[in-house]
Write a protein that binds this ligand. Structure first.
Ligand code: ZN
Length: 264
């Protein structure tokens, strides 16, 4: 066996996790002296969070904690018991030393879904492409999952991801009560983002909704109608998007329960 190969094996052995999830969960619950549920995540920004859940605690930890030595698990349990800041000292040092385990892979192109219940996005896109861009634009488009885009008092109906060069349209627009010209105005807006890109401002930030952008946007023949329709129907769309959100969460919970049942 070559030295390099040996080294690789040694490293792989060293790097294998110290814990399996159920054992880590029970160790933490025992040391913290209270029931808790452990969920492991690949979240890249929040490595650790504690939330009170009916009668117990929900502890979300990044997968790196499967490599945590006993001292770190004890420190974590102590912090949970104190209900204080759950990441000081020992735990914080462990997280900093294990940042290489946090995935930094580039985002992948999701599977594209264009046919919907009420609208075929591919057809809407082709139509706008012909009317405004001489059918020259090539950019993938998909119904989004409708996550993480709702904000207080408003909804982001579409988004353009400059890294993936992908247009996502909020699934709340895929309903018969939405007029086609409104969906078209959203698709047109996102296509313009692809077409026009961003412009750096004096502070070096990238600005997308420039004056030129707003002028181009207003060339959509029913631009004013679209704004008026949005204003009038926003409350209903917000309710509909919350309903979608609940459906999605219920489906996910169902899938988790099924997975647990089949792994027993
Ligand atoms: Zn925009």
């Amino acid at each position: 066996m070559s030295a390099a190969r040996q080294l690789e094996l040694a490293f792989a052995f060293e790097d294998s996790p110290r814990w399996e999830a159920p054992r880590l969960e029970s160790a933490l619950a025992r040391e913290a002296g209270r029931p808790l549920r452990l969920v492991l995540t690949d979240n890249r920004s929040v490595l650790l969070s504690v939330k009170r859940e009916a009668g117990s605690l929900l502890l979300r930890l990044h997968r790196m904690f499967l490599h945590a030595p006993d001292t770190v698990v004890s420190a974590l349990a102590r912090n949970i018991r104190r209900r204080g800041r759950a990441a000081d000292g020992e735990v914080r040092r462990f997280m900093n030393a294990n940042l290489h385990r946090v995935r930094r892979t580039p985002r992948e192109m999701p599977a594209l879904v264009t046919s919907g219940r009420a609208f075929d996005l591919a057809a809407v896109f082709a139509d706008i492409n012909a009317r405004f861009f001489e059918s020259r634009m090539r950019v993938p488009i998909t119904w989004g999952r409708g996550v993480g885009r709702a904000r207080r008092g408003g909804l982001t109906f579409g988004s353009y991801d400059p890294v993936l060069a992908l247009i996502r349209i909020h699934p709340v627009l895929d309903r018969p009560s939405v007029p086609r010209f409104f969906l078209e105005s959203v698709v047109y807006h996102e296509m313009l983002h692809h077409h026009m890109g961003g412009v750096p401002d004096r502070a070096g930030r990238t600005v997308y909704h420039t004056r030129a952008f707003r002028e181009a946007e207003a060339r959509f023949p029913r631009h004013q109608d679209a704004l008026a329709w949005e204003k009038e129907n926003l409350p209903e769309l917000l309710r509909a998007s919350q309903a979608l959100d609940r459906e999605r969460r219920a489906a996910r919970a169902g899938a988790r329960a099924a997975a647990r049942a089949s792994s027993r």
